[in-house]
Every structure is written in structure tokens, then in C-alpha cells.
Design a protein around this ligand. Sequence first.
Ligand SMILES: Cc1cc2nc3c(=O)[nH]c(=O)nc-3n(C[C@H](O)[C@H](O)[C@H](O)COP(=O)(O)OP(=O)(O)OC[C@H]3O[C@@H](n4cnc5c(N)ncnc54)[C@H](O)[C@@H]3O)c2cc1C
Length: 576
Amino acid sequence: MRELATDILILGSGGAGLFAALHAHQAAPQLSITVAVKGLLGKCGCTRMVQGGYNVALAAGDSIERHFMDTIEGGKWLPNQELAWKLVNLAVERIHELENELGCFFDRNPDGTVHQKAFAGQTFDRTVHKGDLTGIEIINRLAEQVWARDIRRLEEHRAVELIKAKDEEAISGVLFIDMRTGEYVLVRAKAVLLATGGGPTMYRYHTPSGDKSCDGLAMALRAGLALRDMEMVQFHPTGLLAGAHTRMTGTVLEEGLRGAGGYLLDANRERFMHKYDPKLERATRDIVSRAIFSEMRAGRVTPNGGVYISMGHLGRDRVAKDFKGMVERCADSGFDLAGGLVEVVPTAHYMMGGVEFEPDCATRLPGLFVAGEDAGGVHGANRLGGNGVANSTVFGGVAGEAMAAWVAAEGALREPDRAQIDAARARCERPFANKASAHGAIEPVREALYDLMWDKVGIIRDAAGLRAALSGLGAIETELDAGALADHNRAFNLSWHDWMNLKSLIQVSRVIAHAAAAREDSRGAHFREDSPTAGPLEASAYTSARLAAAAADVEIALRPVAFTRVRPGESLLAAA
Ligand SMILES: Cc1cc2nc3c(=O)[nH]c(=O)nc-3n(C[C@H](O)[C@H](O)[C@H](O)COP(=O)(O)OP(=O)(O)OC[C@H]3O[C@@H](n4cnc5c(N)ncnc54)[C@H](O)[C@@H]3O)c2cc1C
């Protein structure tokens, strides 16, 4: 096993990881900083995939209080209000930094002000964007800035375990697999940032990049940390549905299509949203996703099993001009968005849940910090479109500064717990140690997981389904554990990495199912058919999940939400 040492180690190179690297470097240029990432820096993760844009209260008439209230109400009163407050405040600073220091060009109005567009669930048009490819602009500029500095990169290095110190409760480093060789690498560090971006890729239809398999959340659980709000998985209503043979299935067709007046149609080509919400197709993501799922359950489905989106009544030329990227994406899969019908299906998009953390990104494990989609509590029961990339860039920067300060005050290269390293390696080695058998092929395990999570822990849930899911997850994991892999060549051994991806996904799926079973009400993204009301907002509680002492199962606690800035029924706008 190769061993390296660094002052600050950052896992992931999305908006959170790269901002952390830049801010840590700015705060303490003398420190050694290493960004380690499963893909290539600047080319992987979901920040690069951001289409719509970035929420920030910039325009006259908007305010951080209004952005805050939209975030709290959108989150159905479950967000941690101190985290949400920090998000809306620092988003302003961060967008100026992105433009003026890092060189991003965002779209502008004729008078030179930044153009901000409408997104669902917001009372003000506040989404800053670069056409419909905002993420590429942000990540390219961030990557260039990181490349230009003395920041070490470990690309195609997959983190597999957070390694604690031998004799004290603190982080000592991270165990990796160098995917290019298959070699184990221990990176010792004084401070570590977890920024691996969550990613609900355990559902049949999903939007996030393929490198995301909840590894960070699974590692945090094994390190004894608590995850909150894990039942809150956001489904985007209109994922492209182009058949099982293509990875285009599940990718997002943006919300602006419905916003502009697009219709959703059932198999009989009739609109159905009037049965579910007076706002019809412009209802929020959770409501539209549930409506589509209900139509699917009733069997009123298209050839590939979803519903249609139809835009032609708005005029072919207008649709082709306003939604050029979407029209091209659909054409690639054989659909005519501008004039015809396109098959769509709800698709798992974002995890509101994640590691519990403090406003300075510290976790309960000294020296370990968290930011971005791995972190829980900012969005509560629902993330507003546009608050995701704001979240990762805001808290990434905060984490960078906090880690620099931590290293100055308490940083030390602590002696790693070698027994923990051995156990982690044995876990990774398991499929090579197994004898070849008829069981455990990876593809059927993945398919079984997709179906189970989609059917029983997806858009509409109930107690019996969640119980069945938990026992099903046990069976799926047993099947995976029985799998054997030939140990011919570990360089880019994608079967091995798929096996480890599935291990992480199953572990986190179990937490989602337990949290969904514990929350016996319906809020935002979490809908219980056997308990469809929200319950009293004053008594709002969030779920907090940990591995139980035996480490085989999950314990869930319900903890009251602290209304530190505003209580249900009140508004900061009224007070302002
Ligand atoms: C299609 C799509 C469109 C979106 N559009 C918007 C939008 O318009 N507005 C908005 O606000 N949000 C949007 N989002 C959400 C947004 O992308 C995320 O909220 C945000 O970018 C997450 O940033 P992050 O830094 O936490 O993670 P990411 O940017 O996803 O980065 C995670 C990083 O961790 C790495 N990694 C993963 N596992 C490991 C491991 N085991 N070891 C080492 N590295 C690892 C990955 O390779 C990657 O580099 C969209 C998401 C998708 C999928």
C-alpha cells in the first residue's frame, strides 16, 4: 500500500470540493492541499451537469430574507434555519466571486445587470444562469483556477474508508483505491473534507452522474456519523424515457418546459394534471412526480411505460428557439420535442439528506468536514431548483476556510488505526476472495436494487412496502456478497468498482427506507400513502440515522427542528 501525507485532503471535485480547495489555499497558501476524486478533475460529478442555474438574491426588489423564506417554506419547515440563513447570505458573496474573481460569464440583461430567471417554488425570479449550461461554465472556471495553483490532484482515486486515529476520536486520513492500477493508497491528512456529492443512483430512473454512488454517505455512516433527512429524495418529474438500452433514459428535461406551458398527456393523449392540482403542469416537482407515478400505476402509460410531454401547441419555431438544448437531446433519442410527443418519467435527482454538520462545515468527528450534497439539513424536505449549486459552492468555500483554521489550531498527522485499514481492505477484497458460483452476478443485483427502490421506497410509500423493501435489501446484499470476481487485472476493473458502488448504494438505501418508515407523515419529497398529511408544523421533527452498535442495522431518532429565526405561521418578510 502506497502512503502519502497532506495537510488538507478534499474528496470530490464538484462545486464543493473545488471551492474548498481554492478557499483553503487562499487562507493558508503554505499548507499542502490535495484533491482526490473518483473521476477526472473538472469532468465528473453533478455540478458540471447543472442546467438551470444558481439562486441568489441580487435584484432590486428581492432580498436575502425572501430567499430564506422561500427556502424554509419550500423545505416544509424542516431545514436547519442557521444553515439556510448562511446559504442565502453567502450566495451573494459567492456569485460575485464567481464572476469577478474566477471569471464566469453569466447571461445579462440589456442594461448590463445579471439576468435572473424564474424557477419553481420561488416568489422572485432569482436564478442566475449561463444559457442552459450553467454548470459547465462554473466547473470549467473553477478547475482552471485549481490547476493554476499548487494543489495536488489524485484523479481516478476512489475513497473507500475514512480512517480514524489510533488512540483518539479524530480523523487521520482516507484509504483509496487508485483506479488506474487497483493499488491501495493511504493518504494521511490533518483535515479531510467529504464532498462526494451524495447521488440517488439506486433508483431505476436517475439523473446524477455515474461516478456518484453515495460512497461518502456510506463512509460517514461507518465512521459513526449521523445522517439527517435521508427519507427526502427529490424526483424530477420529467426524465427522458427512451428505453432501457440507452443511458439517456432518466436524464432531465428541464422544468422550463412545463413552466412555458407544456402539457403532460397520458397514454390516451389526454391531459391529467387537473385531477391532481389546480396549478396543473406548473405544480411543484413533488406533486407532478406523484401525479405521473399515479398515472403509471393505473396503467395509462406510453410504450416505454411513462407519460408524454407535448410542446407543439406553443409553436414549433418558438420551442426550437427557446429550448434548443432540450430539442437536440430529444432528437438524439428519436423524439421530436418541438412538434411531437416525448415520453417522460419521474427521475431521482437529488438527496436532501446527508451528514449532520455545523454552519462551519465541521462534523462530530474532529478534523472531518462536509459540504455540498453530502451534507444534510440545508434544504429540509425539498430543495428548490437553483439552491443545489448555491449550496455546494457556498459551503465548499466555508469548509476550505474552516479547514485552514483547524489545521493551524489543532492539525496534526495522527497515527492511523491500522486495524481499521485492514478491515476496510478486507471488505473491498471480498469479491476476489469468493469462489466463483452461480450467484452474485452484478447486473441482476443492480436491476433488483433499481426495481425495489423505485417500487417500494420511491415516489409513493407506505409502511408495508417499506418493510418489504428492508427485507428485500437484505436479500439483494446477500446475493451481492456471494458474488465472485476474477482477479486477473485490477487496472480500471469496472466490475470491481460496480461491486463497491452497489455496496455503498445498498447501505444508503437501507437508511432511506428506515428513515421513510420512521417518518409517519408526508412532507415535501416524502409521501406516505398510509399517512398523507403533513402533521402540525410546530411539532416538526427531522430524522437522524446512525448505524446501530452491531453495525448491521440502522437506528433512527426523530429530533425537533429548532425554529431559530422564524416559526411556522411567521415570516421574516412581515417583520422586515
Ligand atoms: C442533471 C442535473 C441538473 C442539475 N441542475 C441544477 C440546477 O440547475 N441548479 C442547481 O442548483 N442544482 C442543480 N443540480 C444539482 C447540483 O448539481 C448539485 O446540487 C451540486 O452540484 C452538487 O455539488 P457537489 O460538489 O456536492 O457534488 P458533485 O458536483 O456531484 O461532485 C461530487 C464529486 O465527488 C466525486 N466522488 C464521488 N464518489 C467519490 C469517491 N468514493 N471518492 C472520491 N471522489 C468521489 C465525484 O467524482 C465528483 O467529483 C443538478 C443536478 C443534475 C444531476
